[in-house]
Design a protein around this ligand. Structure first.
Ligand SMILES: [Mg+2]
Length: 231
């Protein structure tokens, strides 16, 4: 049986799989460090402190740019013991607004890969994070028409995937997920008995790092997906 006969539906992650995302967060973190460091005590690692605040807030604020912004404001105040000027807080809020309204930047080969895969498979988009921002990105990406369903989850864990697949009548064994995050796109789908293909992005958010000893397919580029599927 070829790969092409093994699946009914291909699922795609969005951020850092179809379009750039983490590079914006990396830039925002660097900007945060530049703006906040002058008010922090000597020797404080402001980036590490920001990540610690994000980790603490993850379950309350969720994922995405707005959650990052709230954590950045909290971290700026706590790291500087309140010395950070309100002008810097205002700049941080503007940084968040700019990221939320920035045009989607597609990764190379994505439109033609989706067109090629879509000729042979049903396709769904499964992403997580902020509903407004993710919806904006999907709707302005020019890619929405490829997908029979778009799902924006709070968390990408096995139970969330199980509900999405059950709701669409998709058997996990006939489902293949494509994404950049082992923690969010690969392991939870494999836990359900599905297949997953890892397409790494050059940057990975610290809170997406995961230890594992699973084996799964890894492609250097999404451009390799049609051939991997036997198309
Ligand atoms: Mg992703």
């Amino acid at each position: 049986m070829t790969a092409a006969e093994s699946f009914d539906v291909i699922g795609f992650d969005a951020d850092d799989t179809l379009w750039h995302s983490e590079d914006s967060f990396a830039k925002a973190e660097a900007t945060f460090a530049e703006w906040v460091s002058p008010y922090a005590a000597d020797g404080v690692d402001v980036k590490a402190a920001l990540t610690a605040v994000e980790r603490k807030n993850l379950h309350t604020f969720g994922y995405g740019v707005k959650a990052f912004g709230l954590s950045a404001v909290e971290a700026a105040i706590t790291i500087t013991e309140g010395r950070v000027p309100t002008s810097v807080i205002a700049q941080l809020v503007e940084l968040v607004r700019a990221d939320l309204t920035a045009p989607v930047r597609l990764l190379p080969h994505v439109p033609e890969v989706l067109a090629a895969v879509g000729r042979s498979y049903r396709m769904v988009l499964i992403t997580k994070g902020d509903l407004i921002h993710q919806t904006f990105k999907v709707e302005t990406s020019g890619l929405a028409h490829h997908f029979e369903h778009v799902e924006i989850l709070l968390e990408k864990d096995p139970e969330a995937y199980r509900k999405v697949l059950a709701g669409r009548g998709i058997a996990p064994a006939r489902f293949c997920m494509v994404g950049n995050s082992v923690r969010s796109d690969i392991l939870p789908v494999m836990a359900l008995g599905g297949t997953a293909v890892h397409v790494p992005y050059p940057l990975l958010w610290e809170l997406e790092h995961v230890e594992h000893d699973e084996h799964f397919a890894e492609l250097a580029s999404i451009a390799d997906l049609p051939a991997w599927l036997g198309l």
